[in-house]
Structure formats: C-alpha cells, structure tokens
Write a protein that binds this ligand. Sequence first.
Ligand code: RIB
Ligand code: NA
Length: 291
Amino acid sequence: MIWNLGSINADNFYLLPHLPGPGETISARDFRQGLGGKGANMSVAAARAGTRVMHVGALGADGGWALERLLEYGVETAHITLMEGVTGHANIAVDLEGENNIVIFPGTNHEITEEMIGAALSEASSGDWLMMQNETNGQRFAAQTAKTLGLKLAYAAAPFDAEAVKAIIEQIDLLVLNEVEAAQLRAATGGELRQLPVDDIVVTLGAGGCEWVSNKAHRIESYPAYHAQAVDTTGAGDTFTGYLVAGLDRGMTMPQAIDLAMRAGALMVTRHGTADVIPDLKEIRDHDFQR
Ligand code: RIB
Ligand code: NA
C-alpha cells in the first residue's frame, strides 16, 4: 500500500498561441479546469496502476469537489482534511508546441500539521511506501516518521528545492528526478548521483528515455523512450512516478516498474490535462507502443 503526502490543486488550463512574455496580454484559445497538483496526480496514477493509495493532504472549504473526484478515481481519502483557507491551485499555460509554464498557489497544501501526518502514518504497516513530492509542507516530519515505522520512502524532487532534498536525503529509498532536477541536484551536492546515500535513483529524460542509478548494485541502466506525439507534458512526470511506485508496491522488479511507468508517461503527454486524464492499465495494455 502507498501513503501519499501530497498536494491537491485546482488546475486552470489555458491553451495559448505562445507563452506570454513580460508585460504581454494573450487571449487563450481554450480553457479548462480539472483536478491536479503533483501529489494528487501521483495518487491517481498509483490507483490507476491498481494499487491501494491513501492520500494524506488538505483542502479548503472550497475543495469538496476535489475530494469527491479523488474518491471517484479510486484514491482513499480518509486522511484528507477539509479546513479553513483556500485550496491550492495552479494556472497552467500551454502553447501549441506543448511547452508550458505553471504558477501555483499552495493554499492549504502548506497547512498540513504533524498531527495529521502522524495520525495517518500510525495506520501504515511496515513495508508500505510513503510517497512525497515538494508541494506540501511536513516532509521532514513525514520522512522521519516513515523511517521509524519501517516504511519505504519514494520522493519526487519537484518542484525542485535543493535544501528540501538534502533535508531528507538520508531517508529516501527511491528518488525520482527529471533531467533538469538531476543537474540541479548534482550542482547542489557537488557530486554524482551515484555518490548520494539513496538506493535507487530514477532520472526521466523525456525523449531520451530514462536512467536507473542503482547504488546498491553499483550499476546505471538506460531505457529508451517510447515514441509519443506530445501535445501537453503537464502531469507526465507525476504519472510516471505514481506508476513507478505502484509497480514496485505490487511486486514488480525495478526494470518492469520503469517500463510500465514509461508507457503511462508516454500516453500522458499525448493528452491535455492532468489527474483527470491519467491512463489506466487497460488503456496502457491496449496501446501499441513503439520505441
Ligand atoms: O506537475 C503538474 C502539476 O503541477 C499540475 O497538476 C499543477 O497543479 C502543478 O502542481
Ligand atoms: Na498532459
């Protein structure tokens, strides 16, 4: 089972002819709203991958719809707290080439208390996963608690913050990075990924596929990407991470879980949107993937 200390956002999507420059006003060609937040995306992906996932997070009084939708997508919500304040949200601009930029307001994603995290994790069993990314508060406490309880810790260092990664690096079992985040982490630690005290590091490289740095086996393995016609990469990294951890939780080997996660990520970039359009296992099975 996966416990996910995760952000939940209302995503506002604007499809634009090009991304705005400073001082520029642009009229969007399309607008849609949906469920997002890196945490929620990862929870939905893990549930779609067929594993049990308990989301630990917070919503404002305006966020009841998000809770309903997570439930509808198969995510367990008993440890999502509805509180005063504004639910996190993201304004996502996507251009016709699929490039994006995102502004987020954390809102209640930054109001998660140690009591809330402790109450959730006290129900976890040794051997379960704790999954996190960097859009909530409480990560240090959660990482320490997870370790005392014998949980495995998977962390996606997004949005990247070197101090946030360094603060929990000793506790991380599986670290997921994209290419830019990997370069930022190398710069921040002054060394190579294989020198970090983390058993497994998976680096996604977009069209370059993905790399698994196994520090236990002193080995680096590369996996070529599946071909995909990208229209919107938003949420693809979160989908990859959710599928990866779910695969491992379901007993797959790392190469098997990486392969499944790459397929899920490749399908995801062909779709506009985030949590609402994350593919399920059947869609992945039915799709003809080409390298
Ligand atoms: O990674 C994509 C996510 O980033 C979006 O769903 C948005 O909410 C932001 O958190
Ligand atoms: Na997308």
